[in-house]
Write a protein of this length. Structure first.
Length: 319
């Protein structure tokens, strides 16, 4: 456990605690003692020692940027509110109150141990996203505060939903959805602040898959993604490869066809022990985004695919 996590444990009585409340089949919200809902939307997860830092979009007042909140958990049943770790900046900034910031993801930089946050930043023009860039911020501790550095694109390519991944050798990667070309897997520079290679770009169907996630287990890489259906859930899928450069397998279901991934959109696949993983997905409520619950359940990563395991179900692969 690092010094920051130890400090959190020592101060836990002074931090706002959120516990899980059922919100229908498979879904929960985390609420504090006065009923406020933890803003665990589009989350990124960073494991540090015996716990996890969770970074979520604050959506209590709608879809425009209100800050990125951070929580800490050691059991996925109770969350400690760490604070707002990426703040809204003054008007004119790329992350001011008139912008969009989505899917905050954090990696610990191998180069020097600093923490780099990536996010999708955008602007609404006539009700549609029209900026489509990757935001970058840095902090000395996983609990922030994060200092906004810049936004970027790779050779002019749009970037909407993103994912971040660190391989066992410390190399950093970004997944980036581009409506014009598909979904990219980018390799990052050693400082994680620039893109140096477009490892692969996959165009599956009309566009590609959004809400991309990358996991690694048993010598295999697992690329998860969601179809493009707005706030409405769909049947999320996974593709598998032994190398990030491919070849990648055909996409396969991770939940029964027609279940719409138990009415959720994938946002994180979290390693909780050797060979054991949790799936976290957003169950979006478009008319009340800040109250949107999350679906949390075990997920099995297998040789040729992955499957969610609802309580009481056997582990098997969906087709």
């Amino acid at each position: 456990m690092n010094a920051d996590a130890s400090l959190l444990n020592a101060q836990s009585n002074n931090l706002d605690t959120y516990v899980a409340y059922s919100e229908g089949e498979f879904a929960v919200t985390f609420r504090n003692r006065v009923g406020d809902i933890a803003q665990l939307h589009g989350i990124g997860v960073l494991q540090e020692g015996g716990g996890w830092y969770i970074y979520g979009e604050r959506k209590a007042e709608g879809n425009l940027f209100q800050g990125v909140d951070c929580y800490y958990t050691e059991d996925w049943r109770r969350m400690l509110f760490v604070g707002s770790v990426l703040a809204v900046e003054p008007k004119g900034s790329e992350i001011d109150a008139g912008g969009i910031v989505e899917r905050p993801k954090v990696l610990r930089r191998s180069l020097d141990g600093k923490y780099i946050m990536f996010f999708h930043t955008d602007r609404l023009v006539s009700g549609r996203y029209a900026y489509a860039r990757i935001g970058v911020a840095v902090a000395d501790q996983p609990s922030g505060p994060f200092r906004f550095l810049k936004t970027m694109r790779w050779r002019g390519c749009e970037s909407r939903d993103i994912g971040a991944f660190q391989d066992e050798d410390g190399m950093g990667y970004l997944l980036s959805e581009d409506r014009r070309a598909g979904t990219h897997l980018y390799r990052l520079a050693d400082d994680y602040c620039d893109i140096v290679e477009d490892v692969v770009c996959r165009r599956d169907g009309e566009f590609g898959y959004e809400s991309p996630i990358l996991a690694h287990e048993g010598g295999r890489y697992y690329w998860f993604g969601s179809g493009l259906t707005g706030w409405t859930a769909n049947d999320n899928k996974v593709s598998v490869a032994s190398s990030l450069y491919g070849p990648w397998s055909d996409w396969s279901l991770i939940a029964p066809g027609g279940s719409h991934t138990f009415d959720s959109q994938c946002t994180a696949v979290v390693s909780i022990a050797s060979g054991q993983y949790l799936y976290v997905g957003d169950r979006w409520l478009p008319d009340d985004l800040g109250a949107s619950p999350v679906v949390i359940m075990p997920i099995s990563l297998m040789e040729s695919g992955a499957c969610l395991i609802p309580s009481g179900s056997a582990s098997y692969q969906y087709v």
